[in-house]
Design a protein around this ligand. Structure first.
Ligand code: B3K
Ligand code: ZN
Length: 841
C-alpha cells in the first residue's frame, strides 16, 4: 500500500464554485448525478485533473455538455479538461445495500445513511475528496421514504423527494444524506442574536421515548458555546439521526449529525448513568464541531488534531461546567492512562500530528484526540485563561471559512500573546509519553525541586528534544496546611531546578496538580500525607492511586499483605461526608490490571497476568473484610430516594453505592446483590447488581432473567453480551466469550455487538492474556472473519495486541503466531494490514 506524507502536501489544481447532487435511492442501484463548476486554482501547482472515486460504476461523464471518456482505476479518474472554468457532469451507480464497510452511502436497518469522514465521499461519486476543497452543496434526494435529509436548510419537499441547500462552503467529508421511515423528537432554540432554530432527533419508530435527554443536551451545548466561546449556530435547522450500524460514536456532518444509536438514545430503564454522561458529552462534541471542524476545518488529514484535540478539549470544559470538574479530570486521566499511554509507549506510537499514514482511519486515535486535548490544556495553562480566550477569538476571526493547519493555530497564540511557541510545538511533532523525575533538596529554609525530563524512543524517532512542560506545584507544611498555593513551573530543559525560599519547615510537595501535563511522574513523596491533606482533589486521588500501585506491586512480587497505612488513609477519606460521593467512589477504584502490567514493565519486571489478577482479587477481599462496618454505612448514605435523574449528584451517589455494594457482595456471597437486582428500577442499578452476581459466581439466573426482559432491545443486549465476559473469572470469561460468538443474537456485522464481545474480552486482562493463548486465538479468528466486511472496525480492534512486547516470551510467541495469521489472510484490507504491520515492526 502507498504511504502518504505530510511533507508532500500540494494544493488541488481547481476550486469549486458549487456542487449539485441528485440521488435516486435504491438499495442495489442508487444513481448519483453530480454537476460541479470547477475553476483553475491560481495558487496551486500544475497538475493533471484527478478525481477520487472508489467502487463506483461510471455511467456517463460530460464536460461543458460534451460527453467525455475519462480514464478510471481503483482510486479514481483522470481526464483532460479545458484550461479555464468548466462544468463537470457525471452519473454513477452504487449499491448501498452491499456496503458492509459502513463508509460512503450504506443501509442500516432498512434506512439509508452516510459516513464520509475521512475519505468516504469518494465511494458516493467522483470528487476531489480532500478537506481543503470546500464548496456550497445543493442536494436533491429522491426515494420512496417519508424522511429524506441532507445538510443545510430544507428548500422544498414533495412526494418522494426533498431538496436541501447548505450555504456554508464545506469539504466533502461533512456531506450527509439520510432516507428512511423515521420519526422525530422536535425541539427549539433561540440563538443569542434571536434566530429561531428548529431542532430534531430522528429515530426509528419505537425509539421516540429515548430522545428527551439528547435534546436537552443539545440545547445545553448550544447555549454553552454561545456563553463560553461566543459561537452561534448558523443554519435554520439542526438534525440528529440515530443509526444502529455505525463504526464509531457519531459524526459532525454540517447541520445533520449522524449518531451511533448507543450515543444518543437514552432512558433510565435502558441506560446507565455512565451512558447518560457519555451521550451528553458526545452530543456536545459533535455540536461544538460546527465551529471547530466545520466553519474552520483541516487543510489535510495530518491536521486532524486541529479539530479533534480542540473539540475534545471543549467538550471536556462543557462537562466540567455542567458536572464536577475534579471528577471529570480524574475520569479523563483514567482514560488517558488506560488508552493513550499504552499507545504512546508501544509500536503504534505516533505524534499528535502524524507525518505519514497508509489509511487515515487508523489515526483517529487516543493520541490525536485525548493527547491532542491535553496539549491544548497545557497551552491554556501556560498562557492563562484570559489569553486563551483572546487567542480563540482571533482564531475564529482569522480562520473562519479556512482549511487550516497546526501552524495557523500556533501562530494565533503567538500573535495574540507575543509568546514564542517554537519549543511548545514539539508536543505536536514528537511521539511518546515524557517521564519526569522529581528530586528534592532542603537547606536553610530553602526547598528545591529538581525536575528531569526524558522521552523514550518511538517508531521512527530515536531521540527527543525537551518539551515545554507546565508542572503545577503546591507545597504543604508539616501540619498539612498549604504553605504555597499552586504555581506553574515551566520545565523547558532536560533538567531544571526550582527553589522556594523562606520556609519554616521542610514542606511536602504536591507535583503535577490537576495533572497539568500528560507525563509519567516519578517522585519519592509521602503519598499517605498527600492523601490526607492535599488541597488539590486530583493529586489527593492520585496519591491514593500511587499507594494502590505500590501495594499491589508488593503483593504481586513478594506476596506482601495489603498496605494498612494506605487503607486507613483511604478509610478516612471515605468517611468524610463533606466530600462528593462521586469523588469517594473514584477513590475506591483500583488501577487497572493493564496499568499495573505497564508499571511492572517500566520497572523491568515482566508482568504475569495471572499474578496480577490474583493480587487484585486478594486486595478486594481484604478491603471488604476490613471495611465490613463502613460499607453498609456508605451504602446507606448513597441511597437515592428521589425519582431517577441522570445528573451529577444522583449518579455520584449511585456510583458510591455501587462501589460499596461490590465489596459487600464479596462478604455475603451475592445476597444483597440479588435483592438489588430484583428490585432495580433503573439500568444503572440493574447492571451493577448483575455484575456483582456474576463476579461471585451467582449470575446465571439473573442473566437469564435479564435476557428475557431485554432481548428485543439491541443496546441493552450489547450490555448483556459484554458484562458476562467482563465480570467473570478469567477462564469463565473465555468460555463465555466462545459461547457467545455462537449465540443466535451475536450479529457480528453490527459493530456495537462485535465490540460488546471482543472489547470486553480484550479489556479483561487476565482472560485475554490467558497463558493457553485462547483469548488471542479467538479474537484473531473473528478479526480475520470481519476484515472482508468491515476493515475499519477490524483494524481498530487489532490494537488489543499493541502491548504484546510487555509480556513473557511464551505469550509473545503465541501473539506473534496470531498476528502473522492475520497478515497471511488473502485480500487483507489496507486498514488492518497497516495496523498489524506496525504492531509487528
Ligand atoms: N469526526 C468523527 C470521526 C470520524 C472517524 C472516521 N473514521 C467523529 C468525531 O470525532 O466527532
Ligand atoms: Zn470529533
Amino acid at each position: 500500500p502507498e504511504t502518504i506524507y505530510l511533507k508532500d502536501y500540494k494544493a488541488f489544481g481547481w476550486q469549486i464554485e458549487d456542487v449539485h447532487l441528485t440521488f435516486k435511492l435504491s438499495p442495489d442501484a442508487t444513481r448519483v448525478v453530480s454537476k460541479i463548476h470547477f475553476a483553475p486554482n491560481p495558487d496551486a501547482p500544475e497538475q493533471e485533473f484527478f478525481l477520487h472515486g472508489e467502487e463506483l460504476n461510471l455511467i456517463r461523464a460530460r464536460i461543458d455538455g460534451e460527453a467525455v471518456t475519462p480514464e478510471t482505476d481503483a482510486r479514481g479518474l483522470r481526464c483532460k479538461v479545458p484550461s479555464g472554468p468548466f462544468l463537470w457532469e457525471c452519473e454513477v451507480e452504487i449499491a448501498p445495500e452491499s456496503n458492509t464497510a459502513l463508509e460512503g452511502l450504506y443501509m442500516s436497518g432498512g434506512m439509508y445513511c452516510t459516513q464520509c469522514e475521512a475519505e468516504g465521499f469518494r465511494k458516493i461519486t467522483y470528487y476531489p475528496d480532500r478537506p481543503d476543497v470546500m464548496a456550497v452543496f445543493t442536494v436533491r434526494v429522491e426515494g420512496e421514504m417519508p424522511v429524506l435529509l441532507s445538510n443545510g436548510n430544507l428548500k422544498g419537499k414533495g412526494d418522494g423527494w426533498a431538496e436541501w441547500h447548505d450555504p456554508w462552503p464545506k469539504p466533502a467529508y461533512l456531506f450527509a444524506l439520510v432516507g428512511g421511515e423515521l420519526v422525530n423528537h422536535p425541539g427549539a432554540f433561540k440563538t443569542m442574536s434571536g434566530k429561531d432554530i428548529e431542532l430534531n432527533i430522528w429515530v426509528r419508530p419505537g425509539d421516540e421515548g429515548k430522545c428527551a435527554f439528547g435534546m436537552e443536551a443539545l440545547i445545553a451545548s448550544m447555549k454553552w458555546d454561545e456563553e463560553v466561546y461566543g459561537r452561534e449556530y448558523d443554519l435554520d435547522t439542526f438534525n440528529i439521526v440515530a443509526v444502529d450500524d455505525f463504526n464509531m460514536g457519531a459524526m459532525e456532518n454540517k447541520g445533520l449529525n449522524i449518531f451511533n444509536s448507543s450515543c444518543v438514545l437514552a432512558s433510565p430503564e435502558t441506560s446507565t448513568d455512565g451512558n447518560f454522561e457519555r451521550i451528553e458529552a458526545i452530543i456536545a462534541h459533535e455540536y461544538f464541531h460546527n465551529w471547530t471542524g466545520n466553519r474552520i476545518t483541516c487543510r489535510d488529514w495530518f491536521q486532524l488534531c486541529l479539530k479533534e484535540g480542540l473539540t475534545v478539549f471543549r467538550d471536556g470544559q462543557f462537562t466540567s461546567d455542567l458536572r464536577s470538574a475534579p471528577v471529570k479530570r480524574i475520569d479523563d486521566v483514567i482514560t488517558l492512562r488506560a488508552r493513550q499511554f499504552p499507545e504512546d509507549q508501544g509500536p503504534l506510537a505516533h505524534p499528535v500530528r502524524p507525518e505519514s499514514f497508509q489509511e487515515i482511519n487508523n489515526f483517529y486515535t487516543a493520541t490525536v484526540y485525548e493527547k491532542g486535548a491535553e496539549v491544548i490544556g497545557m497551552l491554556k495553562t501556560l498562557v492563562g485563561d484570559e489569553a486563551y480566550s483572546k487567542a480563540l477569538d482571533l482564531y475564529f476571526e482569522r480562520h473562519d471559512g479556512d482549511a487550516a493547519t497546526i501552524e495557523d493555530w500556533i501562530k494565533v497564540f503567538e500573535d495574540s500573546t507575543g509568546r514564542d511557541l517554537t519549543q511548545f510545538k514539539r508536543w505536536y511533532s514528537q511521539a511518546g509519553t515524557p517521564f519526569v523525575e522529581v528530586s528534592e533538596a532542603w537547606e536553610d529554609g530553602t526547598f528545591t525541586l529538581t525536575l528531569k525530563q526524558h522521552t523514550p524512543p518511538s517508531p521512527g524517532q530515536e531521540s527527543k528534544a525537551p518539551y515545554v512542560i507546565p508542572i503545577a506545584v503546591g507545597l504543604l507544611g508539616p501540619n498539612g496546611d498549604e504553605v504555597l498555593e499552586t504555581q506553574i513551573l515551566e520545565l523547558t530543559e532536560a533538567e531544571q531546578s526550582f527553589s522556594f525560599e523562606g520556609l519554616a519547615a521542610r514542606p511536602v510537595a504536591s507535583v503535577n496538580r490537576g495533572f497539568s501535563a500528560p507525563v509519567v511522574l516519578s517522585h519519592d513523596v509521602d503519598r499517605a500525607f498527600l492523601l490526607a491533606h492535599d488541597t488539590d482533589p486530583f493529586n489527593r486521588w492520585d496519591a491514593s492511586q500511587g499507594l494502590a500501585k505500590e501495594c499491589l506491586l508488593a503483593m504481586i512480587t513478594t506476596g506482601a499483605e495489603p498496605d494498612a497505612i494506605w487503607l486507613d488513609g483511604l478509610e478516612h477519606v471515605l468517611r468524610d461526608q463533606t466530600l462528593d460521593p462521586a469523588y469517594r467512589s473514584l477513590m475506591l477504584d483500583l488501577p487497572s490490571a493493564s496499568e499495573l502490567a505497564q508499571v511492572l514493565a517500566d520497572q523491568g519486571v515482566t508482568p504475569d497476568p495471572e499474578a496480577i489478577w490474583a493480587a487484585g482479587d486478594r486486595l478486594v477481599k481484604a478491603r471488604a473484610e476490613r471495611w465490613k462496618d463502613l460499607l453498609p454505612e456508605l451504602a446507606k448514605e448513597a441511597e437515592v430516594t428521589a425519582p431517577y435523574k441522570p445528573d451529577a449528584e444522583q449518579s455520584g451517589k449511585r456510583a458510591l453505592g455501587a462501589s460499596a455494594a461490590t465489596l459487600i457482595s464479596r462478604l455475603d456471597g451475592g445476597k444483597a446483590a440479588q435483592a438489588r437486582f430484583d428490585s432495580a428500577d433503573n439500568m444503572t442499578l440493574q447492571l451493577s447488581a448483575l455484575g456483582n452476581l456474576i463476579r461471585v459466581g451467582q449470575g446465571d439466573a439473573a442473566l437469564a432473567k435479564f435476557y428475557e426482559q431485554w432481548k428485543d432491545d439491541r443496546l441493552v443486549m450489547d450490555k448483556w453480551f459484554g458484562l458476562q465476559i467482563g465480570a467473570s473469572e478469567p477462564e469463565a470469561a473465555l468460555d463465555r466469550a466462545e459461547a457467545l460468538t455462537q449465540h443466535p443474537d451475536f450479529d457480528w456485522t453490527n459493530p456495537n455487538r462485535f465490540r460488546a464481545v471482543f472489547g470486553a474480552l480484550a479489556m479483561h486482562h487476565a482472560a485475554f492474556h490467558h497463558k493457553s493463548g485462547r483469548g488471542y486465538a479467538l479474537l484473531t479468528d473473528w478479526l480475520i472473519k470481519l476484515d472482508d466486511k468491515n476493515p475499519q472496525t477490524t483494524a481498530r480492534m487489532c490494537s488489543a495486541f499493541q502491548t504484546w512486547k510487555r509480556y513473557d516470551a511464551g505469550r509473545q510467541a503465541l501473539i506473534q503466531v496470531q498476528l502473522e495469521r492475520i497478515m497471511a489472510k488473502d485480500n487483507l484490507s489496507r486498514d488492518t494490514s497497516e495496523m498489524v504491520s506496525r504492531i509487528l515492526a
